[in-house]
Design a protein around this ligand. Structure first.
Ligand SMILES: *[C@@H]1O[C@H](CO)[C@@H](O)[C@H](O)[C@H]1NC(C)=O
Ligand SMILES: *[C@@H]1O[C@H](CO)[C@@H](O)[C@H](O)[C@H]1NC(C)=O
Ligand SMILES: *[C@@H]1O[C@H](CO)[C@@H](O)[C@H](O)[C@H]1NC(C)=O
Ligand SMILES: *[C@@H]1O[C@H](CO)[C@@H](O)[C@H](O)[C@H]1NC(C)=O
Ligand SMILES: *[C@@H]1O[C@H](CO)[C@@H](O)[C@H](O)[C@H]1NC(C)=O
Ligand SMILES: *[C@@H]1O[C@H](CO)[C@@H](O)[C@H](O)[C@H]1NC(C)=O
Ligand SMILES: *[C@@H]1O[C@H](CO)[C@@H](O)[C@H](O)[C@H]1NC(C)=O
Ligand SMILES: *[C@@H]1O[C@H](CO)[C@@H](O)[C@H](O)[C@H]1NC(C)=O
Length: 381
């Protein structure tokens, strides 16, 4: 199973930019960007009972109207036809109530004016004028109106590979519009001993109802890594802990937007730098040249027991608020031990005396704006 997954990923290794195919519907059908369904009206006229079978025979189902948006779209779609096509909506003559084929009741506002009248127990769609449902005698002969959900998720779902360090992925239909009713799954694999940083930008997605959930491994059974939309705020940046990540783009049945562009990049896992003894010094990666995007570097000082560590920072320039050096008074990164969270250009000169013989520091940079970084010297006292 693992082999199969990796093999699939390897074949995808060279593909960098993928945009969804826009021909979603079989030939003869019309795609509606308003509902994200494909529609067709038959050229031939059929009895009511034949209409449903006809739709099934061509891979669809008979239309009943489920949103005002669809009603508006169907008005446009059928505007060039004089005939009123059948809908999958009938009157139950025992209860005298109208039902769609899925058991739901058509909204009262979907009927054209004066309808439903008493003349007929089968509904047709009246497009011209006050559009809407119209009660029609079931023995009439009308065209069929069918719809089907197109395959809208991309056929390629695996990206990156053992030898691919970066790439971009776009939502289906980007940058025009993504579609309703999606649950598209994507996987990214990067070289061994790397982790993956991801930035969704631009991210133009219907808030609250459409979102992306990320998982920290090669499929969605791995631990939850985060979501772009947690109801309280939007988030665009994510980082995996290993060289594989997967995510699901979920959209609901109404309202779409332009979609998203994901830029991802593999980062080498840099081992922590540890120092002991009486004194020492550290610099940010590449110092005095600029550090890299998505750097993460941990530093440990472990001085002799009984001493304190005097830490001074003579030089410090990072992107304010985003490229941050954290200082901990603990021997590992523990949030309760955070004593300073340094960024920007107004930090140096900085000096701090640890309460004990150890200090832990962690420097992290984001994907935009790199600076020179910092130098640190320490000695025991
Ligand atoms: C379909 O949606 C587009 C964009 O939201 C809108 O401009 C257009 O009027 C809609 N058309 C119909 C027939 O609803
Ligand atoms: C009409 O409604 C009655 C009462 O709910 C139900 O028993 C019957 O099956 C319905 N008829 C049809 C054709 O669905
Ligand atoms: C990456 O690691 C896997 C699993 O340990 C191994 O099978 C594969 O050969 C490695 N690939 C490279 C390019 O080193
Ligand atoms: C997820 O991946 C693991 C191995 O990485 C595999 O054992 C498991 O079967 C996969 N699950 C699914 C649903 O693909
Ligand atoms: C740094 O420590 C070494 C011993 O590890 C010592 O020889 C040296 O004098 C110290 N330097 C300073 C400036 O304290
Ligand atoms: C440090 O500050 C940055 C920016 O102000 C913030 O995003 C981050 O959460 C802070 N880190 C901690 C551990 O408080
Ligand atoms: C370490 O830092 C934390 C957070 O700033 C602080 O609450 C704690 O008292 C410090 N520990 C010592 C031993 O000074
Ligand atoms: C660290 O040592 C320097 C140089 O001796 C001194 O100026 C500074 O006050 C010390 N810092 C602390 C916090 O003790």
């Amino acid at each position: 199973m693992i082999c199969a997954v990796l093999t699939a990923l390897l074949f995808a290794a060279n593909i960098q930019v993928v945009t969804a195919d826009v021909n979603h519907c079989p030939s003869g059908w019309t795609f509606s960007t308003n509902t994200s369904y494909c529609y067709i009206q038959s050229a031939q006229y059929l009895s009511y009972s034949e209409a449903s079978n006809y739709c099934q025979s061509i891979g669809g189902t008979q239309v009943f109207i489920f949103t005002l948006r669809e009603l508006t779209w169907l008005t446009d779609f059928t505007s060039s036809s004089f005939a009123q096509p059948w809908l999958a909506t009938t009157r139950n003559i025992t209860t005298d109530k109208w039902y769609n084929s899925d058991g739901t009741t058509p909204a009262a506002t979907y009927w054209t004016s004066g309808e439903p009248g008493v003349n007929g127990d089968c509904a047709t769609f009246k497009g011209a004028g006050a559009s809407g449902l119209k009660a029609t005698q079931c023995y009439s002969i009308q065209p069929a109106l069918c719809r089907q959900m197109p395959a809208l998720c991309p056929s390629q779902t695996s990206y990156g590979g053992q030898y691919t360090g970066s790439g971009t992925i776009t939502s289906p239909g980007y940058p025009n519009q993504y579609y309703n009713n999606l649950d598209c799954v994507y996987t990214i694999l990067s070289p061994n001993n790397t982790y993956i940083t991801m930035q969704f930008s631009p991210y133009m997605v219907e808030e609250y109802f459409d979102w992306i959930d990320l998982f920290d491994g090669p499929n969605t059974t791995y631990p939850f890594l985060g979501t772009t939309d947690d109801w309280w705020s939007l988030r665009f940046n994510f980082e995996s802990s290993s060289n594989a990540v997967s995510f699901i783009f979920h959209t609901d049945s109404i309202v779409t937007d332009k979609g998203w562009l994901l830029t991802w990049s593999a980062k080498t896992k840099t081992p922590p730098i540890s120092q002991s003894g009486q004194n020492g010094s550290f610099t940010s990666p590449n110092y005095p040249n600029n550090y890299d995007p998505y750097t993460e570097q941990i530093y440990y000082v472990n001085a002799p027991t009984g001493f304190q560590v005097n830490l001074t920072i003579p030089d410090f320039v990072t992107e304010a608020n985003y490229d941050v050096l954290e200082i901990y008074n603990t021997s590992t990164v523990i949030s309760s031990g955070l004593v300073a969270n340094l960024s920007g250009s107004a930090v140096a000169p900085y000096s701090w005396l640890s309460p004990s013989n150890y200090v832990t520091m962690r420097f992290r940079s984001d994907g935009v704006v790199q600076k020179q970084g910092f130098s640190i010297v320490w000695f025991i006292q």
